[in-house]
Design a protein around this ligand. Structure first.
Ligand code: 5GP
Ligand code: ZN
Length: 121
């Protein structure tokens, strides 16, 4: 597969195994792993196996893999909610410094939001 890795990119290094990560799921098109500085327990990142800084740089076949994978991980985390009043989650994807992007390889955050009284913490 032709993948545009960038030598200096930390997420490309994670995909290639040159930087360790807690891997959750890998497909032909994406790689999912725990965020090193989680904002909640289970905070993870889904990234395309294609180097591009912003969403519009990523070929469609890579993007098409991301949401089904995210859905699998939502289920794996037990975040399927029966009503919006129960546990939930955010899916976030930042593009550009002004939008709070720090790592210049497209990544989707999946951030569990658990009910502090009833949810698993
Ligand atoms: P951004 O603000 O760019 O959307 O988020 C980048 C995310 O990548 C942050 O939540 C940060 O904790 C995470 N991150 C940065 N470097 C590493 C790393 O080397 N390993 C892992 N697992 N996560 C990282
Ligand atoms: Zn990269």
């Amino acid at each position: 597969m032709s993948i545009a890795h960038e030598a200096s990119c930390i997420f490309c290094k994670i995909i290639k195994g040159e930087i360790p990560s807690f891997k959750l799921l890998e497909t032909k098109y994406s790689y999912s792993f725990l965020d090193i500085q989680p904002t909640s327990k289970g905070h993870l990142l889904v990234i395309p196996k294609y180097h591009g800084a912003m969403l519009h740089n990523i070929p469609d076949e890579y993007l098409a893999d991301i949401l089904p994978v995210t859905k699998k991980l939502v289920k794996a985390l037990g975040l399927e909610v029966t009503t919006p009043d129960e546990d939930g989650y955010n899916v976030l994807q930042n593009n550009g410094r002004i939008a709070h992007q720090v790592v210049d390889h497209v990544h989707f955050h999946l951030i569990p939001k658990r009910d502090p009284e009833t949810g698993l913490v």
